[in-house]
Design a binder for this molecule. Structure first.
Ligand SMILES: [Zn+2]
Length: 109
């Protein structure tokens, strides 16, 4: 009788048989990504996220959702705030105050 180790590709056969034991069950039972894999021609087969695609094929970011994330996104390109609405309102109030002061000085003179 032939021993399996005597076959030409025995180590590969043993690896194939034991491969399912090496991969964790959670990984095996997870829903699979169905994205087309260009290199192999079959589907991707990586564990899928809630959108049905894996971490590599999940698609573009849909942007921040939480209020904290939205706030951080707004401040992402903030330089100095010179043209922010608060700053513009303050500048407008200062101009109005200066105009009133000027008018008052002209009345006194
Ligand atoms: Zn994928």
């Amino acid at each position: 009788m032939k021993n399996i180790l005597d076959l030409p590709h025995a180590p590969m056969e043993i690896m194939r048989n034991n491969l399912s034991n090496l991969i964790p069950k959670q990984f095996q039972l997870a829903p699979k990504c169905c994205a087309y894999a260009r290199t192999s021609g079959s589907s991707c087969k990586s564990p899928a996220m809630s959108n049905g695609r894996c971490r590599m094929h999940g698609g573009k970011s849909t942007g921040p959702k939480t209020p904290d994330g939205l706030e951080r996104a707004k401040k992402g390109n903030w330089k100095h705030g010179d043209y922010s609405s608060e700053s513009l309102m303050l500048k407008k109030e200062i101009r109005q105050f200066m105009r009133k002061c000027r008018l008052t000085i002209e009345e006194v003179d």
